[in-house]
Design a protein around this ligand. Sequence first.
Ligand code: NDP
Ligand code: MG
Length: 379
Amino acid sequence: MKISLLGATGSVGVQTLAVVRQHPAAFQIVALAFGSNIQKGAQIIREFSPEIVSVATKDIARQLAHQFPTVTFYHGMAGLIEVATFHKSTMLVNAILGSRGLLPTLRAIESHKTIALANKETLVTAGHLVMDAVKKHNVTLLPVDSEHSAIFQSLQGNSKRAVDSILLTASGGSFRDKTREQLANVTLADALNHPNWAMGPKITIDSATLFNKGLEVIEAHWLFGLPYDKINVTIHRESIIHSCVNYVDGSMIAQMGAPDMRLPIQYALTYPNRLPISYDEPFDLNKIGQLSFEAVDMKRFRALYLSYEAGKAGGSMPTVLNAANEVAVEAFLTKKISFLDIENLVEKAMLAHSIIKNPELETILAIETETRQRVTSWL
Ligand code: NDP
Ligand code: MG
């Protein structure tokens, strides 16, 4: 299968390349995009020989074109769309960061690519547009996010009508044992220290606030077509059960495995088949010993509460939640604001917004820009 990969230099991108490297007869990267990590990007181009590459800026594109004269380089949003819709690829793996993944995803759907989606911000920003396009163009959208892959795997062979609800597991992130009072003084370094998963900085912060789980609740609403009262969350410290489907007869079917993104990435690439993965250590339940589950305190984890509120409000509110969170997390990562400011800014942006029902793409993009400007002005 020929693949276009967005976000090749990132955490999910690199693990996608590891899957491709293990199965060279099955997969080929024909087009890829990254931002500004030139060194890592050049190494990836050398190893995987894509035909076209897109990068963040014209300068970077020019610089790399000298180094790789046989590759065609693009840049910016137009470049991301070139890669996503490249005529030789049949699948888009979207592992770029943030809502900039929306337009390339929509264009790839219109070009009849199968979509493997890690970029959850896209579904949160404009889930209704993405799902409408999927239906209209009759393409397959496969989840890469581990929780959604777990649900997707647990749905196989069962009728959708038999589903009662779903349960997303959350590790609880870096601060799961801290009280709200203690959160006032946490540092960036503490927040970046995730107990179970090694991921990019933005999603690591999202895991600490639990906005990541909130974004995933909205993502699940669109992927699986369930109302918000049928999407539940539990704190599961071990990150072994990756999520679970509750059926009408009381059966709970879950997917479990090591916390390793190669598995959900590869499942999206091989679905409905499976291929082996070599792990450093065998997955041994006897060593894990115990699995634990705790109810989430919505007062303690206000970000999750806000996400449910945005999801239930619908219309343009999830767009605002996501855009405000992207700006706030970036400000926290550059030490402009404190940890608790992230959820305060998101809440303030939600309160300042009047919902637009069923927003068109142009409206979504305008609300995105407006929210980003508004939150930036508050920093
Ligand atoms: P990273 O920050 O590790 O990687 C982000 C990627 O996006 C990099 O390749 C980066 O390029 C690229 N990028 C950023 N800005 C631009 C730009 N302007 N133009 C082109 N490319 C750009 O993120 P993750 O891999 O952690 O996450 C990616 C997505 O997957 C997110 O939506 C996240 O929520 C989701 N996800 C991640 C998981 C994980 O385990 N990490 C698990 C589940 C979902 P460069 O670095 O070269 O600038
Ligand atoms: Mg996840």
